[in-house]
Design a protein around this ligand. Structure first.
Ligand code: HEC
Length: 123
C-alpha cells in the first residue's frame, strides 16, 4: 500500500513538473551566457556583443562592440547567422570563426545547445 502511494506521488510529481517549468529551456541555458551577453542592444560595455535579432544578422556586426580580428574578417565576408552556423559555433567557436575570443561554452549537452540556439534565433 505504501509503495503504491509512493508510486502515485512520484507520478504526480513527474506530471506536474512541466507545468512548473515556465521558462523555455533555451532561456534557462541563456542565463549562463548573460555574464557576457545581453539581449538588449542598448546594453553596451559587456564582455561580449549583444545577441538581439541574431537570425540573419551578419557575424560580428553588433554596434558598439570591439570584435576580434577573426570576427571582423567574418563580417567583411558578409557571413550571417543561421541555425546551422549558430549550433556549430556553440559546439566549437573555432569551426565558424577560427581564432575568435569566445571559449567553447563548457558543460552543455547537445540538447542544451540546440535549446539556446533556437531561443536566440527567435529573439
Ligand atoms: C566569458 C564571456 C562569454 C560567455 C560566458 C559567452 N560568450 Fe559568446 N562571446 C563572447 C565574446 C567576447 C564574443 C566576441 C568574440 C570575438 O570578438 O572574437 C562572443 C561572441 C558570441 C557570438 C557572436 C555574436 C556576433 O555578434 O556575431 C554568439 C552568437 C555568442 N557569443 C553566443 C554565446 C552563447 C549562446 C553563450 C552561452 C551558451 C555565450 N556566447 C557565452 C564572450 C562570451
Amino acid at each position: 500500500m505504501r509503495a503504491g502511494l509512493a508510486a502515485l506521488l512520484a507520478l504526480a510529481l513527474t506530471r506536474t513538473e512541466p507545468l512548473q517549468a515556465q521558462e523555455p529551456a533555451g532561456a534557462i541555458v541563456f542565463k549562463t551566457c548573460q555574464s557576457c551577453h545581453s539581449l538588449d542592444p542598448a546594453k553596451t560595455g559587456m564582455a561580449g556583443p549583444h545577441l538581439a535579432g541574431l537570425k540573419g544578422r551578419v557575424l560580428g556586426s553588433a554596434d558598439g562592440f570591439d570584435y576580434s580580428p577573426a570576427f571582423r574578417a567574418a563580417r567583411a565576408q558578409g557571413l550571417s547567422w543561421d541555425d546551422e552556423k549558430l549550433k556549430a559555433y556553440l559546439a566549437d567557436p573555432d569551426t565558424i570563426v577560427p581564432g575568435g575570443w569566445m571559449s567553447p561554452p563548457a558543460g552543455f549537452s547537445v540538447a542544451d545547445r540546440v535549446a539556446v540556439a533556437d531561443y536566440l534565433l527567435s529573439k
